[in-house]
Write a protein that binds this ligand. Structure first.
Ligand code: GRG
Length: 298
């Protein structure tokens, strides 16, 4: 069997996702234009598109194709972008750069940045209904909505962000740090894989297996992000490096040291690959994506 070409896979999937986002986002001049410009500014600023690509890979793992899941894949990217816009606000991380350009509030002001984030989150749920034509089972759509709401809300990303903010400047335990990372970051990554598998007709066992893999993948992703914040540069990351230390954030390198953090990320990625073994050859992209999460530089 020839080696899997991950760069080609990523380029092709990113192309599909970017074209779909272009279609789904209201044009810049749609009234009221300011907020639509602000939404497009952050979504179309690039980004790895990891979460939508994971939706596609989750579908492929159970025999599905990208076409069925593209609206939901875009929904995940919109929720992710909303979280970045709000996280960069002065009331939260107060960052000036994101995705290689000025943050949303620096360009559009805080009020519009807040509203653009709100609108992206809302549009995400609107997009999920666009899968109706492709998935004829209302129960599946209900499950997808539950999945997204739980992953984005207080049982997921928002919950993790709250504990993260409340932990700033404090000594926290390894358990609390894992809670923050598994909720703030891993919940959306886990949901990406589960939504893909759900929409492509995966059974409960398949969805559970891919979800476990997603949670470990998400935790590894955040540990690598913590490491990159220590080792990376503005040019590589497209955002300011070293900001975790400046804000006295609880991170894996701060709590466990760099070497132990690298070991932990490697162990998690190995476990992700074992967890997706049940999908056989259909999980080849997923295994390659797991390695990419470990080796990424941005
Ligand atoms: C504000 C409700 C609310 C939640 C914020 C996810 C999050 C919680 C904040 C975003 C900032 C942050 C450091 C999140 C951790 C996850 C993370 C590393 C996000 C960056 O994701 P990438 O690297 O970004 O996939 P791109 O730009 O490539 O999409």
């Amino acid at each position: 069997m020839s080696a899997f070409d991950l760069p080609a896979y990523l380029t092709e999937r990113r192309g599909l996702v970017d074209a779909a986002l272009e279609r789904f986002l209201p044009p810049d001049d749609t009234p009221p234009p300011t907020v639509h410009r602000a939404m497009r500014y952050s979504v179309m600023a690039g980004g790895k598109r990891l979460r939508p690509i994971l939706v596609i890979a989750g579908a492929e793992a159970v025999g599905g194709t990208p076409g069925t899941v593209l609206p939901a894949a875009c929904a995940l990217e919109l929720i992710h972008t909303y979280s970045l816009i709000h996280d960069d606000l002065p009331a939260m991380d107060d960052d000036d750069y994101r995705r290689g350009r000025l943050t949303n509030h620096k360009v559009f002001g805080e009020a519009i940045a807040i509203l653009a984030g709100d609108a992206l989150l809302t549009l995400a749920f609107r997009l999920v209904t666009d899968t109706t034509a492709r998935v004829n089972d209302a129960r599946v759509l209900r499950d997808v909505v539950v999945e997204l709401a739980d992953a984005a809300g207080t049982f997921g990303m928002v919950g993790g962000q709250v504990v993260d903010i409340e932990s700033e400047g404090k000594a926290i335990t390894a358990e609390t740090l894992e809670y923050i990372h598994r909720h703030k970051t891993a919940a959306l990554i886990r949901a990406s894989l589960r939504v893909g598998a759900l929409l492509a007709g995966g059974d409960a066992k398949a969805v559970a297996a891919i979800g476990e893999a997603g949670s470990d993948l998400g935790l590894a992703f955040q540990i690598v992000d913590d490491i990159l914040d220590v080792e990376g540069s503005l040019e590589e990351l497209g955002k300011t490096a070293g900001s975790d230390a400046r804000k006295q954030k609880a991170t894996y390198p701060a709590l466990h040291g760099l070497e132990a953090s690298r070991r932990q990320a490697r162990m998690l990625i190995e476990r992700v690959k074992q967890r997706v073994d049940v999908f056989g050859a259909r999980a080849v992209p997923l295994r390659a994506l797991a390695d990419y999460v470990l080796e990424r530089k941005s």
